[in-house]
Write a protein that binds this ligand. Structure first.
Ligand code: ARG
Length: 458
């Protein structure tokens, strides 16, 4: 393509080293979409004739067919997807094919292709996030009144509703979806018309090409347009956050599935066995999702490092921007898909949860609050309750197993009603402050989650 300037071919090793076909072939469809928009604009603006524009468009459409049916003659000696398609177009149309690149550079071309591709993938992430949120909401619906231990420091803290616990993850996913939607506003900006870096002398119409590829906006500064890759950084940060959330959920699943905890049974189809220990049922899917999260952090780090030293405008370093995105995409897509199915098939074991709630004095706060209700200042109530817990623990009993006499030994204001207060189900039921774990509060939360899920199409 640039032989005019050179007197001999580049070294074979150089050609291999600079070749990006394996990485950019992925967005051949987007490359054609951008070229079609560009060709139409050239025709409309009278930069080429209308007839030439029509020829270019139908040639590009034929190439799209060839690529789809696998008959496109990919040539690894042509550096990238752009040169492959342009070369084929010229093979088909002769000199007219050579007009496609008028007023355009591969610098604005590749930036557009990648933006189109990233936008499409991010849209798919949004769909998958909602699928997972739906699986969690369905389980929450089933377990509105299932009471389980809530933890801080992974030590038993207060009883909570399992639905509340699951919906906490839905809230994370909802924010992840919002972040992606906001990132889309900045991804969906067309750089076409920036040309190599300085714009062009041809009367191009960047707003029209932006509209034609379905983007809402076009660039404001041609140098920024060809060298900006924060439209990749943002989704990579989102990917890192999504997989962080998933990894936390994995950690819960691994803990819950441990037989000494026993809060759930792993579905057979989503567990693996051991080659030596016959009793084993391992949560490998959850472990792998947790492990793969590391790859998205790596991708974000790679991208930040790639960009930090680049002067304006295009630098060939930018060719290395695709692999981190693909890597993160594969992880996000795979992890969200598997997690949605895993959650749908988990069998929670409310009896085991109930048993766990009765060990570890999760109702101690209830006793303290009860004493406050009797006019005792909270700090004093806290102290009295602490002593009662130490006493019960020394006798290997729960607070609710102490007699009224024993409890009165700590505070004479205690009466029979205290036993209702100590009941963990009641403890959950009473916490209906906004966003709390009480059954009514959680029902309200679930309705809001459902409304959100129903408000956005698949
Ligand atoms: N393969 C290149 C990339 O991915 C396309 C742009 C090449 N531009 C250039 N000036 N060499 O970035």
């Amino acid at each position: 393509m640039w032989s005019g300037r050179f007197s001999r071919d580049s070294h074979q090793l150089v050609r291999e080293f600079t070749n990006s076909l394996d990485n950019d072939r992925v967005f051949a469809e987007q490359d054609i979409q951008g070229s079609v928009a560009h060709a139409r604009m050239l025709g409309r603006q009278g930069i080429i004739s209308q007839e030439e524009a029509d020829q270019l468009v139908s040639g590009l459409e034929r190439i799209r067919e060839e690529i789809r049916e696998g008959s496109f003659p990919w040539r690894s000696d042509l550096e990238d997807v752009h040169l492959n398609i342009e070369h084929r177009l010229t093979e088909m149309l002769g000199q007219v094919g050579e007009k496609l690149h008028t007023g355009r550079s591969r610098n604005d071309q590749v930036a557009l292709d990648l933006r189109l591709y990233v936008s499409q993938r991010v849209q798919q992430w949004e769909v998958l996030l909602r699928k997972l949120a739906r699986s969690l909401a369905d389980q929450a619906q089933e377990h509105l009144e299932t009471v389980m231990p809530g933890y801080t420091h992974l030590q038993p803290a207060q009883p909570v509703s399992l639905a509340h616990h699951l919906l906490a993850y839905v809230q994370m996913l909802k924010r992840d979806g919002q972040r992606l939607a906001q990132a889309q506003e900045r991804i969906r900006v067309s750089p076409l018309g920036a040309a190599a870096l300085a714009g062009t002398t041809y009367p191009v119409d960047p707003e029209a090409t932006a509209r034609e590829v379905g983007f809402e906006k076009c660039f404001a500064n041609s140098m920024d347009a060809v060298s900006d890759r924060d439209f990749v950084l943002e989704p990579l940060f989102c990917a890192a956050t999504i997989t962080t959330h998933l990894s936390r959920l994995c950690e819960e699943i691994i803990f819950w599935a441990n037989p000494s905890v026993g809060f759930m049974r792993l579905p057979d189809a989503f567990a693996t066995g051991s080659s030596i220990m016959p009793q084993k049922k391992n949560p490998d899917i959850a472990e792998l999702i947790r492990g793969k999260a590391a790859g998205t952090f790596g991708a974000l780090q790679t991208m930040l490092s790639l960009l930090k030293g680049l002067p304006l405008a295009y630098n060939r370093d930018l060719q290395e921007d695709k692999k981190p995105f693909y890597q993160a995409d594969e992880i996000v897509t795979g992890s969200l898909t598997l997690m949605a199915q895993l959650i749908a098939e988990i069998e929670f074991l409310p009896d085991r949860m109930r048993k766990a709630v009765s060990a570890g004095y999760l109702n101690a706060t209830e006793l303290a609050d009860y004493l406050v209700g009797r006019g005792i200042p909270f700090r004093t109530a806290h102290h009295i309750t602490g002593r009662a817990v130490a006493y019960a623990e020394s006798r290997d009993k729960g607070l609710e197993d102490l007699t009224l006499r024993e409890l009165r030994g700590f505070c004479e204001d205690v009466d029979q009603e205290v036993f209702q207060v100590l009941d963990p189900h009641q403890a959950v039921a009473r916490r209906n402050t906004p966003g709390g774990t009480g059954f009514e509060a959680v029902s309200r939360q679930l309705s809001e989650v459902r409304a959100w899920l129903d408000s956005e199409g698949e």
